[in-house]
Design a binder for this molecule. Structure first.
Ligand code: UD1
Length: 417
């Protein structure tokens, strides 16, 4: 299994290009199941989760044709099977996103209950309830969701928790339903909006995009389209925090600040100077970051996918901070590993009390989930001596060429096979 070896102490400087967003690409790939025509996607990131998703879609019968410029042509004219098997679904929770589109277009789907990051129980009950409200018959047997319907019917669906993939699954399903579907308390994450824009380009009728009430008027069929995946706001945020921690100066290209307000606000509070242009963000940091308290919540509030990275920054910041996680109940697995690097963190319920220390010490640590792993890379960049991060397959699920991008910014980082 690959490891990352990082020598701490280098200031990050320079420019890198941000990749397409994993969390936008995953639902949009599944949107390809909604039409027999070709869906062309651009700015697709090269990531393990994307290849897992393409393997699953290929298994189902989608024709997948990748080019060497981050583009892909998808065509789901004839499917081989309406089953997403456990072996393919277990490594990636987002595989549940095939359920809505397959059911809407073919009236049937069998999808294994998902696995994915070990950050809490993460049920899919709201996906299932929503599809049932649209008339689907659903039962769970031998670890599989079996869903059937003649044609989905429009419905008013209130989700009592804001769910990103739940909103995406139901929005995709509703595009081909008979009548009008209203999704209330819908997720407003930019990735949901990016999916909506792709669906609209395919002929879907969707109103309220970006708000918490999304109205979809079902149509008979969708057609092909070309769509460029939005920039990854979490990858962007991760490199910005890395630059702030190392007191560096970086420019991130091909990304947009308007999806990152809460994160940029907190970085400014920590003392960073941030300059925004239409498709780039620059950050420079002089001196040690100030400790900043954060509390995660659905968009547009502070994202749970940036919680671990801010915890890493707070570990070496000046002062004491509170990091509160309200979305997932088991998302502090990085804490133990950060403590191995010399961090001072106390957990009480869903809050971590972090006392900034002057210096972390390199050690061997273990990556546990995707964003936790990224936070360990950030901690390693400022730790004294060498840090070795084991089990980095988690990082490869969500960060394209992480060691190349950090090397380009001057970090001393290498992959050990
Ligand atoms: C997505 C993102 C993930 C991010 C998360 C929260 C993708 C592929 N992944 O995950 O990176 O951390 O949003 O921003 O886009 N819940 C239920 N019932 C459900 C569904 C969810 O109770 O049916 C709960 C979950 O347990 C969790 C909360 O809702 O507490 C939010 O989860 P959700 O937004 O669904 O996360 P994902 O869509 O899986």
């Amino acid at each position: 299994m690959d490891k990352l070896a990082i020598q701490g102490g280098a200031r990050l400087q320079g420019e890198i290009r941000i990749s397409g967003a994993k969390n936008a690409a995953l639902p949009i790939l599944c949107a390809g199941l909604l039409t027999a025509d070709t869906l062309r996607l651009e700015n697709l990131p090269k990531l393990k989760d994307i290849s897992t998703s393409l393997t699953l879609l290929g298994h189902i019968g989608m024709q997948v044709s990748l080019d060497d410029k981050n583009g892909v042509d998808l065509q789901a004219a004839h499917l081989h099977t309406l089953e997403a098997p456990y072996d393919l679904v277990k490594t990636m929770r987002a595989s549940i996103l095939v359920l809505g589109p397959m059911l809407a277009r073919y009236g049937e789907a069998r999808v294994s209950l998902p696995g994915g990051c070990a950050i809490g129980s993460r049920p899919v009950d709201l996906h299932i309830k929503g599809l049932q409200a649209m008339g689907a018959e659903i039962h769970i047997e031998h670890g599989y969701i079996h869903a059937k319907v003649t044609r989905l019917q429009g419905a008013r669906i209130f989700m009592d928790t804001v769910t990103v993939t739940g909103t995406e699954n139901l929005m995709m399903a509703a595009t081909l339903a008979n009548g009008i579907t209203v999704l209330e308390n819908a997720a407003r994450e930019p990735e949901v909006t990016d999916l909506a824009h792709c669906l609209i380009a395919m002929g879907a009728q969707i109103e309220g995009v970006g708000s918490d009430t999304i109205t979809i008027t079902g149509v008979e069929s969708l057609h092909g389209a070309t769509h460029a995946i939005m920039a990854d706001r979490i990858e962007t945020g991760t490199y910005l925090v890395a630059a702030a921690m190392t007191q560096g100066r970086v420019k991130l290209l091909g990304t947009r600040a308007d999806t990152l307000d809460a994160v940029l606000e907190k970085l400014r509070e920590a003392g960073a100077q941030i300059d925004v242009e239409a498709d780039s963000i620059s950050l420079s940091m002089q001196g040690r970051p100030r400790a900043v308290s954060v509390k995660t919540a659905p968009y547009p509030a502070f994202p749970t996918d940036m919680q671990a990275q801010f915890m890493a920054m707070n570990c070496i910041a000046d002062g004491v901070s509170r990091v509160t996680e309200t979305i997932f109940e088991n998302r502090f697995m990085h804490v133990q590993e950060m403590q191995r690097l010399g961090a001072s963190i106390e957990i009480e319920g869903n809050t971590a009390l972090v006392r900034g220390v002057e210096q972390l010490d390199g050690a061997v640590v273990m990556a546990t989930d995707l964003r936790a792993s990224a936070s360990l890379v950030l901690a390693a960049l400022v730790a004294e001596g060498e840090t070795v991060i084991e089990r980095i397959y988690h990082i490869d699920r969500g960060y394209e060429c992480i060691e190349e991008k950090f090397s380009q910014l001057g970090a001393r980082i290498r992959r050990v096979h």
